[in-house]
Design a protein around this ligand. Structure first.
Ligand code: SAM
Length: 238
């Protein structure tokens, strides 16, 4: 008897908020694939990826929320990725394709990578394809109406600041700096920018391309901000 072929897992980048920022290919896969996976939201609310894809999904498609806890504990994280990988593999092994909706771009600091790594380790015959998309630094520049970089400018992207010195170090060589996850360190960053007279060169975009989108330009007026996790800062030194 011929063994049934396993399905393909598609990592679909769904952009930063506006459902129209999904690529044509990503949208087609989201509409054609029978199982649609996405990170489970927190506190019973739908997650961002789930909200973004809502207009493109039909009721007949199976929705598969996967739990990825916001934790530092490596062991607990590994367990969550293992459980998510097993859930996805159940469908792939039945020959069904699964599309995983990933906020922003799938290759850019994304949970999808951990899911894919775990599947490859535990189920080596798995087939995975990724569909690129719009990520937050590009969305923020577009919302601000500025080029992110020009000519020979160097760009630094900092996924999260853990030490004050990291910003000094980056400021010594990069012309343009993008800080992700800036909400938790905003006050410290603000103080550093004030010392360096850079407050007028920094911008924040909160929830880019979403109904709640906000822009902060004159940061001298904003020493304290209660920002959403989905906030990005762009510093342009020149
Ligand atoms: C784990 S990273 C994920 C990045 C995502 N894969 C991407 O392509 O942009 C999460 C960080 O991305 C940034 N981010 C993601 N979406 C955003 C949005 N719509 N507006 C502003 N910042 C966003 C925030 O800095 C957030 O803390």
């Amino acid at each position: 008897m011929l063994k049934k072929e396993t399905g393909t897992l598609y990592g679909v980048s769904v952009g930063t908020g506006d459902p129209e920022l999904i690529t044509v290919k990503g949208q087609r896969l989201l509409q054609e694939t029978s199982v649609i996976a996405f990170p489970l939201g927190v506190k019973g609310k739908p997650g961002l990826a789930e909200t973004i894809i809502d207009p493109w999904i039909r009721p007949q498609q199976k929705k598969l929320p996967l739990h990825f806890p916001y934790l530092q504990d490596e062991q607990q994280l590994q367990q969550a990725w293992k459980a998510a990988a097993a859930t996805v593999w159940d469908y792939l092994d039945q020959g069904l394709d699964v599309a995983f909706a990933c906020e922003g771009d799938v290759s850019f600091y994304s949970t999808f990578t951990y899911l894919a790594q775990t599947l490859r380790k535990n189920y080596p015959s798995v087939t995975i394809q990724t569909i690129p998309g719009v990520s937050s630094p590009m969305s923020a520049a577009s919302v601000l109406g500025i080029p992110l970089t020009l000519g020979s400018q160097n760009l630094a992207i900092i996924p999260a600041l853990y030490h004050r010195d990291e910003l000094d170090q980056v400021l010594s060589w990069a012309d343009v700096i993008v800080l992700l996850k800036v909400s938790s360190v905003y006050s410290q960053v603000w103080e550093k920018l004030e010392q360096l007279n850079l407050l007028d060169h920094a911008f924040i975009v909160e929830r880019a391309n979403q109904p709640e989108e906000k822009i902060y330009r004159n940061l001298s007026d904003h020493p304290h901000l209660n920002l959403s996790y989905f906030s990005v800062m762009i510093i342009r030194q020149k």
